[in-house]
Design a protein. Structure first.
Lengths: 114, 113
């Protein structure tokens, strides 16, 4: 079985500061990895995903995440955050070639302050 | 516009009543899912369906029921047997065997008093 640990439940930062949201996973088989973002009272939106190939993946709004197999991590980073990045971020994992079920972490609430 | 719709956005019920949450998708996706979200708990899978007329229990299926009579629709019934039904419910869909991830609806917030 897979599991996902998001190490910080809340991360407060100031606008234009860098941020890293940490995600570690556990799995005995190869996995696909995802980051989703949720704005208040809305559904989840896919932010970025790692399926194969380059271990560094980027989103269109400046976020990036790096897959580190040896450390079983998939941390999310942004070099300079905006107020509009305030949201909850979820890391998720699913097995390659197996069930389509996603296993989610408990989420990290990012608050960007002016 | 392709997407997933959930209705209503907010739902209020008295304890002891069954309630059905709607989920419709026009993405032509094979698989559909229901999740429950509680503060600080992340998302927990209630039921999922990979094809029409077939569905499987997720991690917290007790007190819930589903049907999948049409590819586009996957309604969730919260029964009176669900001990703590107040939560935010999210529906999602994906293509079978497509690793690209799941697409989520806007959610329904159910309050039972």
């Amino acid at each position: 079985a897979q599991s996902v640990t998001q190490l910080d439940s809340q991360v407060p930062v100031f606008e234009e500061a860098p941020v890293e949201l940490r995600c570690n996973y556990s799995s005995s088989v190869s996995v696909y990895l995802f980051w989703y973002v949720q704005y208040p009272n809305q559904g989840l939106q896919l932010l970025l995903k790692y399926l194969s190939g380059s271990t560094l993946v980027e989103s269109i709004n400046g976020f990036e995440a790096e897959f580190n197999k040896s450390q079983t991590s998939f941390h999310l980073r942004k070099p300079s955050v905006h107020i509009s990045d305030t949201a909850e971020y979820f890391c998720a994992v699913r097995t390659q070639g197996g069930s389509e079920k996603l296993v989610f972490g408990k989420g990290t609430k990012l608050t960007v302050n002016p | 516009d392709g997407g997933i719709t959930q209705s209503p956005k907010y739902l209020f019920r008295k304890e002891g009543q069954n309630v059905t949450l709607s989920c419709e998708q026009n993405l032509n996706h094979d698989a559909m899912y229901w999740y429950r979200q509680d503060p600080g708990q992340g998302l927990r899978l209630i039921y999922y369906s990979q094809i029409v007329n077939d569905f499987q229990k997720g991690d917290i299926a007790e007190g819930y029921s589903v049907s999948r009579e049409k590819k586009e629709s996957f309604p969730l019934t919260v029964t009176s047997a669900q001990k703590n039904p107040t939560a935010f419910y999210l529906c999602a869909s994906s293509n079978y065997r497509d690793p690209a991830g799941q697409y989520f609806g806007p959610g329904t917030r159910l309050t039972v008093t």
